[in-house]
Design a protein. Sequence first.
Lengths: 752, 352
Amino acid sequence: MTLELSLNQQPAHLRQGSSIGQPLTRRDGFLKVTGAARYAADNHPPGMLYAVLAVSSIARGRVALLDVEAAKAHAGVVEVMTPENRPPLATDPDAKNNPFMFRLDLLQNDHIRYPNQTIAVVIAETLEAATEGAALLSPRYEAQPARVGLDGAESFVPGGVGIGSPAVHHKGDVEAGLKSAATRIEATYETPAQYHNAMEPHAIVAAWDGDSLSIDTPSQGLAMAQGRIAGLFGIAPENIHIRSPFLGGGFGSKGMISGPQVLGILAARLVGRPVKLVLRREQMYGPVGHRAPTRQTLRMGMDSEGRLTAIGHHARTASSTFDDFFEPAADASHTLYASPAIATSHEAVRLDTGTPLFMRAPGEATGSIALESAIDEAAAACGMDPLEFRQRNYAEVEPMTGKPFSSKALRECYTQASERFGWQRRPLQPRQMPDKDGFLTGWGIGTATFPAIMFQAEARAVLRADGSGLMETGAQDMGQGAWTAFAQIAADGLGLDIDQVDFRAGSSDLPNAGIAGGSGHTATAGMAIHNAGAAVITRLADLATRHEASPLFGAGNEGVLARGGRLYRRDDESRSESYGEILARAGLAEIDGRGTGTPDSASREAYAMHAHGAVFAEVKVDPDFGQIRVTRLVGAFAAGRVINPRLVRSQYYGGMIWGVSFALHEEAVTDRRSGRIQNANLAEYHIPVNADVPSVAALLVHEDDPYVNALGIKGVGEIGITGTAGAVANAVWHATGVRPRRFPIRIEDLLG
Amino acid sequence: MKNFDYIRPTTIPDALAAAAEPGSAYLAGGTNLLDLMKGGVTSPDRVVDISRLPELNRIERLADGGLRIGALVRNADLAHDPEFARSYPAVAEALLSGASAQLRNAATVGGNLLQRTRCSYFYDTASACNKREPGAGCDALGGENRLHAVLGWSDACIATHPSDFCVPLVALDAVVEIEGKKGRRHVTLEEFHRLPGQTPQRENGLEPGDLIVGVRLPAEAASFSANARYLKVRERTSYAFAVVSAAAALVVEGGKIRQARLALGGVAAKPWRARSAEAVLLGADADETSFVRAADAALADASPSGDNAFKIELTRRIVVRALMSALAGTPGRLPALPASPFSSIPGVRHDA
């Protein structure tokens, strides 16, 4: 018997009341706008105490003295956790068994290795008492000079960058390519340290019952968090229940369980009562990851026709002194532009900062702004329109590997976005478009790209005798709309109306949905859901087609279709039966099936898989003041199948606005002497406000991809940043004639 | 946080009595004080909540043609008072260019005068700051100081005053009404704020326990209403403090400047009245040449306090533009982006 549920091969399915493709509003929207959605810090179990971190104000050294007595003497303070009395752990927090296991600061000693590192935890009856208790600790330090900035230490070549990518890659001979070129450019760009700044701070409510642990905390990866905590405490993963129904943003900073979250669990262990710990905004600048600064040098050679002969991309970045995460910025040059010779390399320094981590489009974002700026410089050096230059160097196969693309609708993205934007009226030279009010206007382009990644996920589907369905997977909704998109996939997978499906997610006692990261969650958990649906429908079909009383009896090799709560014979749709009838005849209250989402290694070996996009930006620059406003953004993106166009567009908007932020706003201002971040608050760590993004349009370009997965999903979470940041920088050049080489672009860079 | 007494007096004398104790702080809108308390920058023993004193909530026309604004009038209420905005358009524009709508709904007139610097070293309690802890030193010197003062700074302090509202107020000769132990007194806003010298902790002329009860604008302030603008350069289009700002107000007759007012924001520890520039403008032709000369005069004594030399040139340019905008005439309606360069051209809306 064959079962035809592959939506990719069955577009007809879409025309028959499919949930996939519908622009549904967020199913959790009402809960959120009415305040009923329960985030981690909203929980308040009986007997709960409040924990507050005391953090280091020095970058390097040791804690010499803490006035624990003063803190404990404060009314309401119950306990102060320091290295002296911190409960034991089964695993050394400095142990590292795999690249995804990051070292944590869990009061294992008195050493300080970055500002805002936890040096004690004060636990009290009230938040106010705990806060004052932390202040009363009045720490004294033995401080050593801080190592700050990309020139703050000797550099070295890291063993790998990003997720295990070699630090150095090359194909062809870049030096020869440069030598033979008719035109060459070389430019160096700097990007600053940036912090995730999710609206919801990292928070945890932890309660122990013997060796069982109950946790409310935001997590982008429930099973990974469960495993890490199990290892640290020496208990079985199934003894840990993590609830994470809603995240107020994560952007990578909630991918792995962070030190402060584990400290909340330790505090609960120490006092034997439930404990809540919520980071203050400024405490998020250190222990929960960040995007490391980069200094990138791009070298490009072009022949007389404007074809690239060589791309050299070198990035210097930074990690902490005690762990390894190296922003893979130069790898951005692997996939986008055709060149016979490409070389990418990285070097790094170790600074007295918290360990940098994955931050929305890690490597792709930093690399993209430099690459897209350099491509623009190369186009200008060749006297070519930057769109034409990009099309001239269009990669028909993945440049670094020579693999064909599983799908690539980038040409269509260029066409749709440029037409919508009106790009053909753009003068080649900069400073040619003063507007009627005297502002300098500039238009810029950037190409967007992000790999179509998949991880591993599982899901369980149930069909019930009352005709309803249940789908379970421990998926994580960071605000992107997972509750809705996955319910849509579940509905189609079960052949039910979405309102007939009970979708459960956000809890560690559900099947492992993998990590909500790498723009791979919809593809990965979506495929698990899809396959679980197929599995349970297969069982249902078996029940029907094997029973003589069923109108589907003997459907055999012709197979059946599942739609609207009924199974139909594929070859004769007049013969059908409802799910309820099938289960009732079999005397079953419910049946279930399981599915996994997993990358197909054969197709991934054969094909390069990436989403693509084209972003066009218009900026206006005040000619006297250098103040910049992005007056228009148009992006077109092709990322395979779109599950929910409303949510996808929202993801693109968010990414594009983040790109504006990257180009114009975001920077952790770090004191060059102390290493302390000077703007660790949302008043002065600038991100765009509405007035900064008056017009943003995202076009969804149709793309069928038969290879990425059966649903044809690539992923949309991160791609919007790439391309956009460079487009804004290039528009600033086109407006002013000044080529931005450090980001964010500052007023003084344009004053002239 | 540290425990403190909370007192909510119902009359001004009660408020003064309550705040007479050392370690007291008045609470009005709380938009700055609460952040400072949460950050451990200030830790009063006693918070005297004056936010419900009824008599401080009024905007009153005075018999002499002036205006009295109660200290508790909210920024948003003042800016949206049609008669106020018509008479003092640059002040309304400055108010609406500050902070966010939510903050403007809470922040008060008196509190705005007393808001503390945004110098990050003042907020970072692990840094040395003479303003926070007299004699401790100044870590802003030699630190991350591209937004710091270029006028009137000292080696003890290079912080700036962040207010938008105070800039046109000081240009228009506003007067601060203060209630203290010895009764009510009046101090010009220009004299009210102090330059740091060696005592940057002394930011204004208030004595302990003094309460700002109102701000007065003299009758003459309304005479500039046809040619008054506030202009603010910032690092995003809204919800950002000024990198530099300028308030310009002119009375022009037959192409000559009969009266001129100019004040600068974001450049010094106080809203900076540019009297030398006003002297250059008085009687001069109302044109760009005069404005450039005025800008040069306004910045004659400027010097960088760190990585901020660009602010001197930027201020020169904003002075010229603010004067040009004032000369062009107050727009008939407040721009959609108040005080933004992107709405500095009268009558043109850039918020499409």
